[in-house]
Design a protein around this ligand. Structure first.
Ligand SMILES: C[S@@+](CC[C@H](N)C(=O)[O-])C[C@H]1O[C@@H](n2cnc3c(N)ncnc32)[C@H](O)[C@@H]1O
Length: 222
């Protein structure tokens, strides 16, 4: 993370300590329990509950973006970490995109793979996001295929894009390509679940950039 962002390791460690002190993880769990009446499993929170959320937080904090766009909110775990980073930096806003309807069992994407994380209705989209983080957040309801290009056009240049919606090869390539043309110089294109298919690596080749894979405390250049 330090090599990629240029932020010294001691600074990143301080930021992680601050993230811990904010008790964000515990607050999200508490909110989840109150709203759903059940304990949080890694499954319900998706993979972004652990190290990937830390990575996302650090990346947003290090790049101190003005405009962030995210696709795929579900209950709002990654959204909360992005918003916490923006709050801690003291600037920026996040616009997130998610579908208007979801299925109880999750939907099958264009690659035939079942998307596991989902909410039961759009009223639950972002339900765990703490109230004090919501002032920097806007939710756009619709599919990225239909809404992403227009949304980005309305925002002008963006500084940070995070994909975590439909993980089909086709949709990931579409989102990366669409967001890339709108990224400001020095901006960041980040993605969850890059191992579902080869799209992130294919796109990196196309964009002539070296992709960086975050695997927890430490990043591997691939
Ligand atoms: C993996 S979950 C997001 C998890 C969330 N980022 C987190 O870390 O808590 C995927 C979400 O993407 C949404 N989604 C699926 N296909 C989509 C599309 N084409 N456009 C926008 N959202 C989509 C689903 O409704 C679901 O809420």
């Amino acid at each position: 993370m330090s090599r990629f962002t240029g932020v010294p390791e001691e600074q990143l460690t301080t930021w992680l300590r601050e993230l811990g002190a904010s008790r964000l993880g515990a607050r999200l769990e508490e909110r989840w329990r109150n709203d759903t009446g059940s304990a949080l499993s890694g499954y319900s929170g998706g993979s972004t509950l652990g190290p990937s959320n830390e990575g996302l937080y650090l990346l947003v904090r290090a790049s101190h973006p003005d405009k962030v766009v995210e696709t795929g909110v579900a209950s709002g775990f990654s959204t909360s970490y992005i918003l916490q980073a923006l709050k801690d930096v003291g600037r920026g806003s996040l616009c997130s995109l998610d579908l208007p309807v979801t299925r109880l069992t999750g939907s099958v994407n264009a690659d035939g793979v079942r998307e596991k994380v989902h909410v039961r209705s759009v009223t639950e989209t972002g339900q765990v996001i703490p109230d004090d983080l919501r002032d920097r957040w806007r939710l756009v309801v619709g599919s990225s295929t239909e809404r992403l290009a227009t949304l980005l056009e309305g925002l002008g240049k963006i500084d940070f894009f995070f994909h975590d919606s439909d993980h089909s090869y086709q949709n990931m390539m579409f989102e990366y390509r669409t967001a890339w043309t709108r990224l400001a110089i020095g901006g960041v294109l980040a993605s969850d679940d890059i191992d579902w298919n080869s799209s992130f690596f294919d796109f990196a080749k196309e964009a002539q950039r070296a992709p960086v894979k975050w695997v927890g405390r430490g990043a591997i250049r691939v």
